[in-house]
Design a protein around this ligand. Structure first.
Ligand SMILES: Cc1cc2nc3c(=O)[nH]c(=O)nc-3n(C[C@H](O)[C@H](O)[C@H](O)COP(=O)(O)O)c2cc1C
Length: 190
């Protein structure tokens, strides 16, 4: 189906920063994300939607976490600057987090898988509604500390940020390549 075949990551440089995304549309995308499959119905995904001035707060928060969590010697000025800049360059930043079921009944990998399904729903819904989107996962945004920064409880961990916005000008439709399918799929008849 063409929705799946035409989706591509659209980076902030190709988003129209001056065109707001209506709240009702964002709610629609998140309703689609919320329909993801979830083992035991734990619904582990959490989304915090940053628009307007709150995007700067997100950028500064990510940069503070970078300063706190990066070991001495591993500091990189470009990466640090990008953490603060990127949320300011997209009309919408959706911080993603995952709640790991504390009882241990649902393994961690399944909760991360379910949250990833929700993110894919979000990306596909954005594409279906004419929005550009991509999932960004800088290491500091994939930590329990980022989830705490968002105000979530200690059973949660960050899983990056999805950036959303209407594409600028005449967006390219060029897609990233994929290997031949038979390098990834095996059919077994007996
Ligand atoms: C789990 C996950 C994490 C990703 N993290 C990043 C990221 O940190 N920065 C980035 O530019 N793209 C990121 N991407 C997007 C990929 O780079 C992109 O999907 C890939 O290049 C294929 O391009 P396409 O989405 O246009 O098919 C991520 C994608 C996934 C699934």
């Amino acid at each position: 189906m063409s929705l799946f075949r035409t989706r591509r990551s659209v980076k902030t440089a190709d988003m129209d920063i001056n065109r707001a995304v209506p709240r009702a549309l964002l709610t629609e995308l998140l309703e689609d994300a919320h329909r993801a499959p979830t083992h035991g119905l734990t619904q582990p995904w959490r989304f915090h939607v940053f628009t307007g001035d709150s995007r700067a707060r997100l950028g500064d928060g990510l940069q503070d976490l970078f300063d706190r969590l990066t070991p001495p010697g591993a500091h990189n000025a470009d990466k640090r600057a990008k953490l603060a800049a990127t949320p300011r360059l997209a009309p919408v930043a959706v911080a993603v987090a995952c709640r790991l079921e504390p009882g241990g009944k649902i393994p961690e990998i399944e909760e991360i898988a379910a949250t990833s399904c929700a993110v894919q729903n979000l990306l596909l819904s954005a594409h279906a509604h004419g929005l550009g989107a991509y999932w960004s996962t800088p290491p500091v945004a994939c930590t329990p500390e980022f989830a705490v920064w968002l105000g979530l409880d200690a059973a949660c961990r960050g899983l990056g940020v999805v950036y959303l916005g209407y594409p600028r000008g005449n967006p390219t439709t060029a897609q990233s390549p994929r290997n031949p399918l038979d390098a990834h799929v095996v059919f077994l008849d007996r």
